[in-house]
Each structure stands twice: as structure tokens, then as C-alpha cells.
Design a binder for this molecule. Sequence first.
Ligand code: SD4
Length: 321
Amino acid sequence: MTTRRQFLVGGGAALAALGSGKMSLAQQPKRRPLVISTWNHGLASNERAWEILSQKGKAIDAVEAGVQVAEGDPKVSSVGYGGWPDREGNVTLDSCIMDETGNAGSVAFLQNFKHPVAVARKVMDETPHVMLVGEGARRFALEKGFKEEDLLTADSRAEWKKWLKNAEYKPWTPTTNPTHDTISMLALDQAGDLSGSCTTSGLAFKMHGRVGDSPIIGAALFVDNEVGAACATGVGEEVMKTVGSFLIVELMRQGMSPTDACREGVNRIIRKNPKWREVQVGYLAMDRHGQVGAFAIHPDFQYAVHDGNENLLIDAEFYTG
Ligand code: SD4
């Protein structure tokens, strides 16, 4: 029988067991550097991050460079260039980044820049603020030398035209749009520092101006170097309402394993929202020792883990009632 796990690149049983949550905490190797990211486009993004981590680079540089691979790939229909547009045909981007000191930068509702995560990094490094949105974010990006470009591709325009025929809006569910996947990434570097990033074009065919969880520190991403880091993908409204990534890091602080903390993050959504069956959310977490975990509402969530020996795509555990 063909299982998703046969997509593993490399094939290490240890990493696979770790990802499945079937390995006890005591059994999990304490490793660094390490990088994890959401969905199968995480594999290529992890490779780029690894180039930096393996040369003793900083986690913050690795997570910024890593997700730019997905941002620049026109085949990834939910991030950056080639991302599916809003109802009016505009590709609008949300992104954030957070480092080991608790510094963070973020952009929301940004249009026409291929690498919003790089703009978010500049917000973090070169302004006294955390978040810039819309026109202000655009002006800032131009000042910093980023070039505007049309991010709609022939394929994403065709998808939008197809959608316009019925113009029926349903937030993404696993069965209606399995390809709609944000990239979120967490890394632990050789020095033992954690960082994370997240970047997306958001839910396809959303209302113009809609901002999801992806640029919201504490929702789609949170890093606390003393404890660990967490990140999210899926229907952002659910993640925002439960402040998912912050919750998961706080649960790890109280002693929960990364997998158990992610499971509780999902349980919060399920307990609060009677329509939880209609939405997908997936969480990833990593503690400061390099132990990782993941959990999703529905079964289709995969994540990529690179520890230098292997770069594996792993099926996350999911809610079974
Ligand atoms: C959003 N969280 O804009 C993003 C979408 C996403 O996989 O993660 N899709 O709500």
C-alpha cells in the first residue's frame, strides 16, 4: 500500500517515529541544528535553510532565506509569486518573522512584492515597530530597495477566472482546496538559538483587505528561546481566535511535549467552534532541545524535518475524536 510516508526523502526511521509522536520524549535525540516547516514545499525550503544552519549560520537567517524558496516558486499557489488572489484578483501577502531575543517583524496586506518575509525582517531590524500594513508597508519596502512586480501568473489568473464563474466563497477545507498551504518554518541553530518565519498569500479568493493569522505574532508564530517555538497553517481565523502559537509555547513552558501542546492547540479550536469539521488547522512546534511535534484537525497535514542527515516529509497526527 502506498502511504504518504513513502515520500520521505532519505528514509530515516528515527525521524519518522519522532514526527509521528510515537517516540517518547526520553527517546528523542537532542539535536541541533534542525529546521522544520509546513507542507511538502517545506522540503525545498528546508534545504535552503540547511545551507545556512550547517555553516553555523543563525536560525533567523535560515528561516528568512528558507521560506523565500516557497515565496519564489510559481507552483506554490498559496505563497508569494503565483499565490491565488483575493476576490478582486489581487495577490495580497502576509508574513512575519521572530528571533531568539523575542524581536519580531511583520507585514500584512502587502501587494506586488515577491518576498514579504524579507520586508518583515527589515521591519524587525530597521524600524522601532513590529508590523506595517498595506500602503505603508509598500512605501517602506520601496524605500528599502525592494522591487514591485506582478505576482499573478497565468495559472493563478486562470484559477481566479474559474472561481469568478460562480464566485462562491468557502474558506479552505482539506477536501475543497488541498493545495492551499502557507509555509511556516522553525529553526534551531548550532548555538542553540531558535527563530521562526511564516509567509502566505492567505486564503484564496478572500475578501479584499482580509488579513489572516500569518503576520500576527502569537497566532501563526511565536518564539521564546527559553522554551521553544510554534507555528501554524490553515484557516487563520481559527488560529487568531485561539492565539494558537503563543498557547502552544506556553503549554510547552508548563512541561507539555511539542506534540501534546500542538494537540491541545487543536483541541481548543474544536471545543470552541461547532463547525470545526469545515476547517483545517495544522500546528508545528519545536522545543529548545530540538524535539519536534505536530498536530492537525484533519489528516492531510504534512511537515518537513531536516536534521542534516535527512530531509523528511512526515504525516502529522490529527484529531480522531
Ligand atoms: C491564512 N493561515 O491566511 C493562512 C492560510 C494558510 O494553508 O495557512 N493556508 O489564514
